[in-house]
Write a protein that binds this ligand. Sequence first.
Ligand SMILES: [Zn+2]
Length: 118
Amino acid sequence: MNPLDLGWLSGNKERVITCTKCGEKNSDTTLCCTKCKNKLQSSRKVVTVDDPSGRPLDTFEHKGVSADAWKTLMRMVEAWCYLLALAGVAAGCFYFEKWWPMYPAVGVLGLLIWLRRV
Ligand SMILES: [Zn+2]
């Protein structure tokens, strides 16, 4: 690197935008291409959106959240199934006025819930 070439420090060599239409190099401050009048601002915005530093993280976070929500939903559905089964056994016991089936039902359901949590 030429130590005398410090033009980029004083602003002689400013940032350039390459025109997407004709390939002409324009100054960063120019809004339209000096050659074909193509809008340069819009092409710069596209580059910002496609910035790879922010995008993959966004996608990853989104995936993690939705997977967690799905797990929570499945667990809730499962819990409701156990409760409904228990309610069904209780209703049957009430109908037949025999309460002994409640003990194994509660035991089996308790064992199921305990196994699912492990
Ligand atoms: Zn152009």
